[in-house]
Design a protein. Structure first.
Lengths: 422, 422
């Protein structure tokens, strides 16, 4: 049932996205658009994700075991907001993850996602020294606790089950499983010989999500971690399960998005998007990159932005950023900024290619500002005005720039066109 | 006629590219592959560009008016070599451009390209105070002089003629002409009311190129400088002229490549590649980016890498890099490095998507190194080992990394797979 709060959010989003309220409602009903927003939360910048909307960008924050400073994670949140993140995920897996999450929730004006299995694993590790001491009940309890705290969307690694595990084992991959949630569950499953609780008790998770209006982001434990493993039987078999669970969740009125790879070369990205849209009934696709090569260490934000832009053009709806420190270390605040801006560019490139009018207008405005050498206006429209200004100002020129200086093509052309067109 | 020097270069290239000598020769004969190498030059790292070969990356160097330090340009050359540029172009347009060019030619182990019209413009500016004092003869003289000096490939802006100028004027673009060579020629044409000398005297240029074995890179004066101008009548009309001139040059045994945009949104890149290949008879396509948005000021290397990777996948053969300082200032040495690495990633992503076996092997090797957490091996394969090492080492961990630390998915999975597969 639509509350008054719901209506005001829908109106705000419809206006921002320049679509009608009726169309937005229709797509939400179909499940091709979702709004990640816990019923208990009030935030200033909610967003909708999916069909026909602006492509959204998520920033991953969070501490890890041994690297747990709340103040730094808060700074990462602040810089994410400043540079236009649409959502953040707190992926903390350090001892103080509860404190980090609460701080993020208290301070974030945008939707916040988490991966509850991390807290279950950390809890088992702290209390009993090993993650395999998690129980289905302890996992469900944590999901419920985080729901109460106001988390807006959960990654649930429900696609790794006995069937897909078998497919995976037969596959003999180069890089096996790189999903942290997937690795935790594989560990638990191989130690307990039991079914993945996130799959087995998916109905209970649906109930919690329904109670709090939480979006379930179905995680891909079997996403490829190497270009050579992309689009293999294991990955697609898991996607089939995620499609089944999408239907199950939707029948109960719970919103679903699907998580995608990972590492995929450019020639396979379109096929990945088409497969997800077909197998998962048009559910919004949330891709991690994808990285178009495995060898871009230190520059994975660029390898990821390439894949993300093309994926967005092909129909991906939601891009999870990657930073320059991917595969190497927990990102610093500066890395978060670098990764986010690379992905804002990718999302915008996707928007342009998909014919988004607002995106198009930005490019028109900056092109005109460039024509008239209105530098301040250009900086204002760009993703990082300070950097742009610094680069231009460092040479002291005002009207033109030091690339061409006296031979500025725009200025030369301006002069003779005035003459030619007179 | 194939000399002994030619044969040894062909053999070296065929081996590096893992294709047969016969196939390489056949493609050179057809014109779908070119080798930019002046008969007077001996270099250690020649390369071939075109059909079925590894995608190549060019770095633009060079001073501008008021920003002319030979030592800095030499440093840019050195860093380009270090990070794997395949060719460099000296785009100097400062007072000392001759000195810069000679220094680059003396020190470059890779092919060097130039844009002779720049020197003609600078000469006219210095001697007579205005670029419109260039004459057809002064331009031809400079082309001949640079050929004698050993330049390996020339950008010749021969596609802007009276016909395409008319098409352009009727088009009413947002950002008119952004090509510096195009702007210089437009200036000259509108002032003298004469035909573009690079078009009118193209036969003479062909003769010079033939004498020295120089590759002609047919420049696109009318390339779009805004997403909104991409793939318009002006751009395509110029491409038609470039196709005609390609045929003309080939008939005289001169090798040709075609320069391409510029600013193009993702949805139009494939069409641009197909059009070039059809209209210009399969001539190698040399794209500048393309930038997939106009608003990425300060991050144009990323907007360019996105377009370049996708263009390479669609069939572009040769990528001209873009640096973070594009549209803002002459790049610093550090900017050159940033731009080059972004484009090396793009080229490699293109290679993977095109099924290049050597590229594939690199990703396989780094994936295996990642699996076994062989960090040094990973750094070695990556584009910038120092940066990768710095990012990993900054947290002091050795076996894993601080992203997941205790919860390293690869390590967790390794452990249970050993158990599961036993």
């Amino acid at each position: 049932m639509e509350t008054e709060k719901d209506l005001s959010i829908l109106k705000k989003i419809a206006q921002e996205e320049e679509i009608s309220l009726a169309l937005l409602r229709e797509r939400i009903k179909k499940g091709t658009v979702v709004i990640p927003l816990n019923k208990k939360r009030k935030i200033n910048r909610p967003c909708a994700i999916g069909e026909g909307l602006r492509v959204k960008v998520n920033v991953n924050l969070g501490s890890s075991w041994g690297y747990s400073r709340v103040d730094i994670e808060l700074k990462k949140l602040e810089i994410s907001i400043k540079y236009g993140a649409d959502t953040v995920m707190d992926l903390s897996i350090g001892r103080n993850l509860e404190k980090v999450r609460k701080t993020i929730l208290d301070n974030s004006p945008i939707p916040v996602g988490t991966v509850p299995i991390y807290e279950a694993a950390v809890e088992a590790m702290i209390k009993k020294g090993d993650i395999t001491y998690m129980t289905p009940q302890s996992i469900i309890n944590i999901i419920e606790k985080q729901a109460k705290e106001g988390v807006d969307f959960f990654t649930i690694h429900c696609g790794l089950n006995k069937k897909t595990l078998e497919t995976f084992l037969k596959q003999k991959r180069i890089l096996d499983i790189v999903s942290r949630g997937g690795a935790i569950l594989l560990n638990w499953m191989s130690s307990t010989k039991k079914e993945n609780p996130l799959y087995e008790y998916f109905d209970e998770i649906i109930e919690i999500a329904k109670d709090y209006g939480i979006v379930l982001s179905l995680g891909d434990s079997l996403r490829p971690g190497s270009i050579l493993d992309a689009t293999d039987r294991a990955q697609i078999d898991e996607l089939i399960i995620l499609g089944e669970l999408t239907q199950k969740a939707r029948e109960k009125g719970v919103q679903v998005i699907i998580e995608g790879p990972g590492h995929v070369s450019l020639d396979q990205i379109e096929a990945n998007i088409i497969a997800e849209k077909k197998l998962c009934h048009g559910a919004p696709f949330y891709v991690l990159g994808p990285l178009v090569t495995d060898i871009a260490l230190g520059y994975d934000h660029i390898a990821g932005a390439i894949g993300a832009a093309y994926a967005a053009y092909c129909g991906a709806d939601f891009l999870c950023y990657v930073t320059p420190s991917e595969h190497l270390s927990l990102p610093t605040v500066e890395d978060v900024k670098e990764g986010l801006i690379a992905f804002k560019i990718a999302a915008h490139a996707g928007d342009l290619a998909r014919g988004n009018k607002k995106a198009y207008l930005k490019d028109k405005k900056i092109s005109l500002a460039r024509k008239y050498r209105a530098w301040e206006k250009q900086f204002e429209i760009s993703f990082d005005p300070e950097k742009a200004k610094f680069y231009h100002r460092r040479t002291g020129l005002k009207d033109v720039c030091s690339m061409c200086s006296k031979f500025c093509s725009i200025k030369m052309v301006d002069k003779c066109l005035n003459f030619l067109l007179k």
